[in-house]
Design a protein around this ligand. Structure first.
Ligand code: ZN
Ligand code: ZN
Length: 190
């Protein structure tokens, strides 16, 4: 007996289960709507097979109904290929601390539909590292603005700010130096 080749099913990126058309009607409908708007003259019927090897995000009806995934809004996204149809949490490894972190579905909505980041951009760092990097950038900016002033013109408060920043960065020589500048200033102003 000859056995027919079994049809390959698209695997839901959220639950990792192979799904057939009846279990992915929400995203297939969304894709159809998007396609009809983009190519009004092309009468293509979207099938479950169009989701095989998809380079956009989607999820099955089960995941969307269980709120493990949220529906995306294709028209709000900036993309060079097909837009995302749904978002679910994805596990990534941080490029800085190498810890695993989740790129949450709500965060994806924010990135791709509010902040208009390209749908091909994904976070390189975990939330904690991104926060640290942002903080360091701010401190750098703050410090270089303070140091742009000639030393004799620095106020006591500014000197204290410089010392606080160097303390945080663990630079004892710099802390000692600016402490002496501060002391001198304090002494002279008395
Ligand atoms: Zn699923
Ligand atoms: Zn990290």
């Amino acid at each position: 007996m000859k056995r027919g080749k079994r049809k390959q099913r698209p695997i839901c990126p959220c639950c990792n289960i192979g799904r057939h058309l009846k279990e992915m009607e929400i995203v297939v409908g969304l894709f159809q709507e998007y396609h009809d708007k983009q190519f009004p003259n092309l009468e293509t019927k979207i099938k479950d097979q169009d989701f095989l090897q998809a380079d956009f995000e989607w999820a099955c009806d089960v995941c969307i109904t269980a709120r493990k995934a949220v529906i995306a809004i294709p028209s709000k996204q900036v993309t060079s290929g097909y837009p995302n149809m749904a978002y679910s949490d994805t596990l990534y490894t941080c490029g800085t601390c190498e810890n695993d972190f989740l790129f949450h579905k709500e965060e994806k909505q924010l990135w791709y539909e509010k902040l208009q980041f390209s749908t091909s951009s994904i976070p390189y760092n975990c939330t904690a590292c991104r926060k640290t990097i942002r903080k360091q950038k701010n401190e750098n900016k703050q410090l270089s603005a303070l140091l742009r002033k000639p030393e004799p013109e620095l106020s006591k408060v500014e000197l204290q700010q410089i010392i606080a920043l160097y303390k945080e960065w663990d630079k004892p020589e710099k802390v000692a130096y600016f402490n002496s500048v501060l002391k001198k200033k304090w002494f002279l102003s008395r």
